[in-house]
Design a protein around this ligand. Structure first.
Ligand code: MCF
Ligand code: FE
Length: 421
């Protein structure tokens, strides 16, 4: 079963950001196939002439591009609206500890609402950090392509066996649910919160099971001080909340990277990473994920993207969770980022923001999507964008004017969301 769709403007999201005017995509759409792929990308008129018997839809005043990937999101924090406090990292983390019970009451509705919002925002793929496992079933049952990062966290030496067993249980559950759209994976929360021994076990597990690994890394200046100078706010944090007198970190930043060196890991935030750290991340084939609005709310700054470019790391943009954002819509996220990075060249930035939610996260998550190319999975999104035909700066105008709700979304060649007026 084959289908053709076309639009006034097609963003292939290849390395050179090629754009086709009045382009079309021929793709497989067999409802029983686990791998419906893109077969051809061409001028829409030529494609429909070549395959006159096929169903073909053309979207005028619209952009057709690869469906988006939100590589870092916490569905389990979907109930947060005003529980958590923003402004600086210590204030936020203390508020998480204070409100953790209430945040997870009656969670099902909130998780479902945010799954629907991902689809409505043109997102086909998510990298979901699962702290407790509450999101496993709803995500496995959803149409989304999911990388489910089961998170390990905890630094109390007495609790490590229990914490690892609990992680294994969640991971085993995910392995049973594994299919072409649901990939079990692992997360180490961060080097300040996860004991070296536990982190090492998780890294070994990720290697032996050949799964992806994600972690929060060097997000705050307090974390940097803790990992490099072994003192500061985190010392008080462990003494106040966990009654550990004179606590010390169980590893430094480089020891943490050494643990992960053969896993091509995903590092989230890295706001306080220095050039030596970025160099090492690049050397171990890691990727860096930014969450600009989360960074603004929790740490009052944005990652300097030029520092990534210097070590040939491609920036990836994600929303993080409602724990540190007011909306999990990715177009809104990159629109905010566009205005945050006021010093960068506008047209180049717009292209990078779009590649940062398509091509680059697909590579980091190990998915076969994120680019319109023969042989890629047919994960496609169509967004209304008035005036795009005549625009001389199409990527920039898309970032500014695209509707934030998708018109149609295809995941694995199947229509999963249609915007009804
Ligand atoms: O990315 C943001 C900020 N940085 C760290 N962690 C989280 C974020 N949003 C949710 N979290 C989760 C994290 O996965 O909150 C807990 C962990 O389970 C924080 S540590 C008490
Ligand atoms: Fe996060």
């Amino acid at each position: 079963m084959l289908k053709i769709i076309g639009a006034s403007c097609v963003f292939k999201c290849d390395q050179d950001f090629s754009i086709l005017q009045d382009g079309g995509v021929l793709f497989e759409c067999d409802p029983h196939s686990s791998s419906n792929q893109i077969l051809k990308i061409q001028d829409f008129a030529t494609l429909t002439q070549e395959y006159p018997h096929l169903q073909a839809t053309f979207y005028s005043d619209c952009v057709l591009l690869p469906a988006f990937s939100n590589a870092h999101i916490h569905f389990e924090f979907s109930n947060n609206q005003s529980h958590l406090l923003y402004g600086d990292f210590p204030t936020w983390l203390s508020s998480v500890i204070a409100h953790r019970e209430e945040l997870f009451e009656n969670l099902t509705q909130g998780i479902q609402r945010e799954i629907n919002l991902q689809l409505a925002s043109g997102i086909s793929s998510v990298g979901a950090i699962s702290s407790y496992g509450y999101d496993i079933d709803p995500l496995a049952q959803s149409p989304l392509r999911v990388t489910l990062f089961n998170e390990a966290i905890g630094s109390n030496p007495q609790a490590l066996d229990f914490l690892y067993q609990n992680l294994l249980e969640r991971f085993e559950k995910c392995k049973i649910l594994k299919n072409h759209k649901f990939s079990p994976a692992l997360a180490i929360h961060s080097p300040y919160s996860t004991h070296y021994v536990l982190s090492k076990k998780v890294a070994l597990l990720a290697q032996s099971e050949s799964v992806k690994l994600s972690c929060h890394f060097l997000e705050s200046k307090e974390e940097k001080q803790w990992l490099y100078e072994k003192n500061g706010w985190f010392q008080e944090f462990f003494s106040h909340f966990f009654k550990v007198a004179n606590a010390k970190p169980t590893m430094n930043a480089h020891e943490f990277l050494d643990l992960l060196s053969n896993l091509s890991p995903l590092f989230v935030h890295c706001l306080f990473a220095d050039d030596a750290i970025f160099d090492k991340i690049s050397q171990i084939n890691g990727s860096v994920i930014c969450a600009p609005r989360s960074n603004r709310l929790l740490n009052g700054c944005y990652l300097d993207l030029d520092r990534l470019t210097h070590v040939k790391l491609a920036p990836i943009f994600s929303t993080d969770g409602l724990s540190s954002n007011y909306s999990l819509n990715l177009i809104e996220e990159i629109r905010s980022a566009f205005f945050g990075y006021a010093h960068l060249d506008a047209e180049k930035l717009a292209k990078n923001l779009l590649l940062g939610i398509t091509r680059f996260p697909a590579i980091a998550l190990g998915n076969n999507n994120g680019e319109l190319k023969e042989g890629k999975d047919a994960d496609l999104a169509i967004f209304p964008c008035c005036g795009i035909q005549t625009s001389q700066q199409k990527p920039l105008h898309f970032v500014l004017y695209a509707q934030t709700q998708v018109k149609d979304l295809y995941i694995n060649g199947i229509g999963e969301y249609t915007w009804k007026q």
